[in-house]
Design a protein around this ligand. Structure first.
Ligand code: AMP
Ligand code: GLY
Length: 422
C-alpha cells in the first residue's frame, strides 16, 4: 500500500519511521515532510485539500495519514471520503473536539465527563462581568485553533480581564477569539491519555507527559513542547483506569451518540487534581512530542492499525506496547520560542547510538546537501530503557553528541522536578 503522510514535524518523522517498519507499506510520500522523512520515502510540496487529492491520484495512495490538527479542521478527511480515499484521522465535525473548545467543553458537560467549570461568551463585556462577579482564578481560552497559544492561565482578576481583552477585543488570536471560554483554574500534574479508535473500539496507548515551558523547572513561556516521557509512574493505576473509561471511552461514545463518530487518535489531556482527574482539553491527533515516546513503544504494525481504524475493525487488531520507558529531549534553536537564527550547520547525527532515534522537525538541506537548522524546535532525541532513569541517561548521552550553534535543551526532562509541578 502507498501512504501519503501530511505534516513536517518530529511527530510526523516518528510516524514515518514506524510506518516504514510495516511489511504492508510500499511507497511512502510526505507532504511536505522534512529531511528525516526524505530518508524514509519521498517528500512533495505542501498544498491544500485539492493538492492532497491530486497527489493521491498521481501516486496511487491507499491511505492518507494526517499528523496535525489544521488539515483535519479544514476537512481533509471529508474531502478524501468524497473521492473514496481512506484517511486516518477524524472528519471535520469530529475534529471539532479540538478545533472548538466550546464544543469540547459542552460535550463534556452533556455527557458527564469531568472537567473544570466554565462559562462561554461571545460578548467581551459580559465575560468581564462574569470574571468580576465570580471567585477565580481563571483560565481564559479562545474558542478556535490558535497554534496552541490561545490559552491564558491567570492568577488575578486583573490578569483575567487583560486576557479577555486580548482574546476578544484586540483579537490577538484572530477569529479564534470570536467566542471565549472562562474556565475555573484547577491545579495538579498533567498527563496525556492517547488512544486509537475506530468510533467503537478503543485501543489505549500508555500514558505520557510532555514539558511545555521552555525552561527547567517548568518556568518561562510555553512552547510546542520541550520533551516528553512515558510512562508517568506517579499516575496511580486506578486513576489511569478512571481516565480510560470515564474520559477517553466516554468521549468516543459521546461523539458516536451525537452523530460525529470519531476515528483516529483521540488525545485527552488530563490534570490530576486533589479531587481526581479532569480533562483539560481533547486533541484530535497524536501529541508532539508525545508521539516520539509512544511510537517507539508500539510493538504492533502501525499501518495495520491505521487501516483497521479506517475500516472500523480495530477489534480485529492486537495493539501491543512494550513495558520500556521512553524519554525524548527536544533540541531547540537558541532564543526559541522568541526570535532565533536559522541555517546553522547540524553535526553529530552519525555519532548517535544505533538504538536511539533522532526525529527531525526544523531542519533542511542546504545547497551543499548539509543538514542545517530551519525552525524553533530542530529535532527530538528519543531513547528507551528499562526505567525512566535509564532512558533519560541514554537520551542525554546522545543529545550531547548532536551540535549546532546556540542549541538549547532542557536538562530535566523526565525528572521528578520536572513532573511535580506541571
Ligand atoms: P491547552 O492549549 O488547552 O492544552 O492548554 C494549555 C495549558 O493550559 C494546559 O496544558 C494547562 O497547563 C493549562 N490549562 C488549561 N486549562 C486549564 C485549567 N482549567 N486550569 C489550569 N490550567 C489549565
Ligand atoms: N504536546 C501537546 C500537543 O501535542 O498538543
Amino acid at each position: 500500500m502507498n501512504v501519503l503522510l501530511i505534516g513536517s514535524g518530529a511527530r510526523e518523522h516518528a510516524i514515518a519511521w514506524k510506518l516504514r517498519q510495516s511489511p504492508l507499506l510500499d511507497e511512502l510520500w510526505s507532504m511536505p515532510g522534512n529531511p528525516g522523512t526524505a530518508e524514509l520515502g519521498t517528500n512533495i510540496p505542501a498544498g491544500d485539500n485539492e493538492a492532497v487529492v491530486a497527489a493521491c491520484r498521481e501516486y496511487g495512495i491507499g491511505l492518507v495519514v494526517v499528523g496535525s490538527e489544521e488539515p483535519l479542521a479544514a476537512g481533509i478527511v471529508d474531502r478524501l471520503a468524497v473521492e473514496g480515499i481512506a484517511a486516518f484521522g477524524p472528519t471535520q465535525a469530529a475534529a471539532e473536539i479540538e478545533s472548538s473548545k466550546v464544543f469540547s467543553k459542552e460535550l463534556m458537560a452533556r455527557h458527564g465527563i469531568p472537567t473544570a467549570p466554565f462559562a462561554v461568551f461571545d460578548d467581551a463585556a459580559a465575560a468581564a462581568d462574569y470574571v468580576k462577579s465570580q471567585p477565580g482564578p481563571f483560565v481564559v481560552k479562545a474558542d478556535g485553533l490558535a497554534k496552541g497559544k490561545g490559552v491564558i492561565v491567570t492568577d488575578t482578576e486583573a490578569e483575567a480581564l487583560a486576557a479577555l481583552e486580548s482574546v476578544m477585543v484586540t483579537r490577538e488570536f484572530g477569529a479564534a477569539g470570536v467566542r471565549a471560554l472562562v474556565e475555573q483554574r484547577i491545579f495538579g500534574p498533567e498527563a496525556s491519555a492517547q488512544a486509537f479508535t475506530d468510533g467503537s473500539t478503543v485501543a489505549h496507548m500508555p500514558f505520557s507527559c510532555d514539558h511545555k515551558p521552555v525552561f527547567e523547572g517548568n518556568r518561562g513561556p510555553n512552547t510546542g513542547g520541550m520533551g516528553a516521557y512515558s510512562s508517568p509512574g506517579w499516575l496511580p493505576d486506578e486513576v489511569q483506569e478512571a481516565v480510560r473509561t470515564g474520559m477517553t471511552e466516554a468521549a468516543v461514545r459521546a461523539m458516536r451518540e451525537e452523530g460525529r463518530s470519531y476515528q483516529g487518535v483521540l488525545y485527552p489531556g488530563i490534570m490530576q487534581t486533589e479531587s481526581g482527574p479532569n480533562v483539560i482539553e481533547f486533541n484530535c491527533r497524536f501529541g508532539d512530542p508525545e508521539a516520539q515516546v509512544l511510537l517507539p513503544r508500539l510493538q504492533s504494525d502501525l499501518l495495520e492499525i491505521m487501516v483497521a481504524v479506517t475500516e472500523k475493525r480495530l477489534d480485529h487488531v492486537d495493539v501491543r506496547w512494550s513495558d520500556d520507558a521512553c524519554v525524548a529531549v527536544v533540541l531547540a534553536s537558541g532564543g526559541y520560542p522568541g526570535e532565533y537564527e536559522t541555517g546553522l550547520q547540524i553535526s553529530g547525527l552519525g555519532d548517535v547510538d544505533p538504538d536511539v532515534r533522532v526525529f527531525q522537525a526544523g531542519t533542511r538541506r542546504d545547497d551543499g546537501g548539509g543538514l542545517v537548522t530551519a525552525g524553533g524546535r530542530v529535532l527530538t532525541v528519543s531513547a528507551s530503557g528499562a526505567t525512566i532513569g535509564q532512558a533519560r541517561e541514554k537520551a542525554y548521552a546522545n543529545v550531547e553528541r548532536v551540535a549546532f550553534e546556540g542549541a538549547y535543551y532542557r536538562r530535566d526532562i523526565g525528572t521528578a522536578a520536572a513532573t511535580s509541578d506541571a
